[in-house]
Design a protein around this ligand. Structure first.
Ligand code: KIV
Length: 358
């Protein structure tokens, strides 16, 4: 899974109580436990039951681990060791607080955060291996993968289907799954149920939803349900019909003030980061300075704490439209197109498959 925790089995090296100096009182108590393991009936007949665990308390270096190994040695069982934080990571997952810490620390240290979208396992694996901090399963999958004009038709089921594939491919990157149109706007209850289902079914780390003050009750309730939330303000594509098109936001004084208020409100409601889409660079800097959670910019200039791009845009794979703020990092679209033509020609002129492919 995604956990970095390791459980290792060490040889008990035949360590027994006699090998552990001092601690005679502790050894006596532990010897009874060991005897229970060897002769349970003797104890159950007397009405005793096995304790669920043992706590060895003492300052570092006083032989607690040796004693634990001796219990394993005396009982003739392997010794398993796992640290407290590894235990939490393995059995509880990254956890809401760790997600928040990861992004908070980056902002505090002034380290830029990188995010890209992905919608499938193989792309997520490549982004993860490249060290991208966060992978967004954006509802832009409506445009890029499903061929819709807008993100409006995307469903919770679509997000779960693609979100689960991405989560399977991402070992270290934070996986964020978008909540699609009308999966949270309708009520706080719907928001929590849908966020919960998305998280349960995809095994993602957190969800993202669009909007400022108006969706703060939803952000608070989802966060209270231990599901970290990334907010998204500025140009919010699910509201394209209300905006009357995909336009830069926050251009008037009033709109700029509203954006700063929205950023403060989503932070207050519990969001651990906020996407700023298509807002003037100066305003994005102001927002970034006004809040303590990281801002992730897209078409919002260099002053944000991190950047996100739609991966198909930065690889020039999506040709329906290309926003002005996108930089092409590789012309993968052209490479694919040439490869498809070469394959077509090779099959037709019988040069593929050759002997070595048979
Ligand atoms: O859906 C998406 O890809 C997004 C990014 C553009 C931030 O929300």
């Amino acid at each position: 899974g995604k956990s970095n925790a390791r459980v290792y089995v060490q040889s008990t090296e035949g360590i027994h109580f006699d090998d552990v100096a001092g601690e005679d009182e502790a050894k006596e108590n532990l010897a009874e436990i060991v005897d229970y393991l060897h002769n349970p009936k003797k104890y159950t007949d007397a009405g005793a039951s096995m304790p669920k665990g043992l706590l060895l308390v003492g300052p570092p270096g006083t032989g607690k681990t040796m004693l634990a190994k001796a219990v394993a040695g005396e009982s003739d069982v392997p010794f398993f060791s796992i640290s407290g934080s590894e235990f939490v990571e393995m059995f509880v997952g990254m956890g809401a607080s760790k997600v928040r810490d990861l992004f908070k620390q980056a902002k505090e240290k002034g380290e830029k955060l990188t995010m890209l979208t992905a919608y499938d396992y193989s792309t997520a694996k490549l982004e993860d291996a490249a060290g991208i901090n966060g992978i967004l399963v954006g509802d832009s999958l409506g445009n890029v993968v499903l061929g819709y004009d807008t993100t409006i038709p995307v469903t919770v089921e679509d997000m779960i289907h693609h979100g689960a594939a991405v989560a399977r491919g991402a070992k270290n990157s934070l996986v964020v799954v978008d909540m699609p149109f009308l999966s949270y706007q309708t009520s706080v209850y719907d928001a929590v149920v849908n966020a919960g289902n998305i998280m349960k079914e995809t095994q993602c780390d957190c969800v993202k939803l669009e909007g400022g003050k108006s969706v703060c009750p939803q952000i608070k309730a989802i966060t209270d349900a231990s599901i970290p939330v990334m907010a998204h303000i500025g140009l919010t594509p699910q509201s394209v019909n209300a905006f009357g098109g995909f336009k830069v936001q926050g251009k008037t004084l009033e709109a700029a003030q509203q954006l700063i208020e929205d950023a403060k409100a989503v932070e207050e409601a519990g969001a651990f980061a906020v996407v700023l889409e298509c807002v003037p660079e100066k305003l994005a800097r102001k927002v970034t300075e006004a809040i303590h959670i990281p801002t992730i910019g897209i078409g919002a200039g260099a002053g944000c704490d991190g950047q996100i791009l739609v991966y198909a845009d930065m690889l020039s794979m999506f040709s329906d439209f290309s926003p002005k703020f996108v930089r092409s990092f590789a012309n993968v679209g052209e490479i694919m197109s040439q490869a498809f033509k070469d394959y077509d020609a090779a099959v037709k002129d019988s040069s593929f498959p050759a002997q070595e492919h048979t």
